[in-house]
Design a protein around this ligand. Structure first.
Ligand SMILES: [Zn+2]
Length: 239
């Protein structure tokens, strides 16, 4: 190869390398700078958000979640919020809602309380999320191995926890027809109580909030119940 050809080839390879680096940066930037806008939210349906969330949960299970630079998101969210969904979940530190659905800042309006029950305050938060902030999906997410459910089964009484656990008594009571051991050592019984607790929350949303019921009936929102399994990162639907 003569000197002229060598210089030309070197320049070509250098240009290619710069181009690839730039493309990589742009790809990364595209992923990391995304936040929900009003225009994007307007196009969403509850069904589409549910599909998006289930795909996110699959990525979470497969350990291929999207890369996000939350520092870049902060300034973009200061003028408004356009969440995709409202998620009611337990306060449990093993239940990280954004991670479970592989969503970023601004995507999920959350209501978290030990035992994921729906009282007046949580109901008000759901109405705010759907009516004011425009969320299209409501997810009530209980979880397996829930300490609050176990404590309710054991009828624990301690400080303000007594009042919190009292909210879970109906779920324990309607599970007493269970044929196996009905105590907090039996994971099958704990799971049944947790599922029934989600069912009660779904019923409370539909019967105690005519606003949300009407939105669901008119197809403006979708409401679903799920049970998260911290052992595998999986979700089961609860109906
Ligand atoms: Zn819990």
């Amino acid at each position: 190869m003569n000197k002229k050809k060598y210089i030309l080839l070197s320049l070509l390879l250098f240009g290619l390398a710069v181009s690839c680096k730039k493309e990589n940066r742009e790809t990364q930037s595209k992923v990391s700078s995304h936040v929900m806008t009003k225009e994007q939210q307007d196009k969403l349906t509850g069904e589409a958000v549910l599909k998006d969330f289930m795909e996110g949960n699959k990525r979470f299970q497969d350990e291929i979640v999207n890369v996000r630079d939350h520092t870049k998101h902060i300034g973009k969210l200061v003028t408004g919020q356009f969440p995709k969904a409202m998620v009611v979940s337990c306060s449990d530190n093993r239940v990280s809602v954004d991670d479970i659905f592989d969503q970023g800042l601004g995507d999920i309006f959350e209501g978290r309380v030990a035992g994921n029950f729906v009282d007046e305050d949580v109901l008000g938060s759901i109405e705010f999320a759907c009516v004011v902030a425009g969320a299209r999906l409501v997810v009530v997410m209980g979880h397996q191995h829930c300490e609050a459910v176990k404590a309710a089964i054991d009828n624990v009484r301690f400080g303000n926890i007594t009042a919190t656990l009292y909210r879970l008594r109906p779920a324990v009571n309607i599970s007493l027809s269970f044929s196996g051991m009905k105590n907090s050592k039996n994971n099958e019984f704990i799971k049944l109580v947790s599922e029934n607790n989600v069912r009660i929350a779904l019923n409370d949303i539909r019967t105690k909030s005519p606003i949300l019921k009407e939105m669901e009936d008119n197809g403006k929102i979708k409401i679903v119940g799920t049970l998260y399994n911290p052992a595998h990162g999986t979700l089961e639907f609860v109906k």
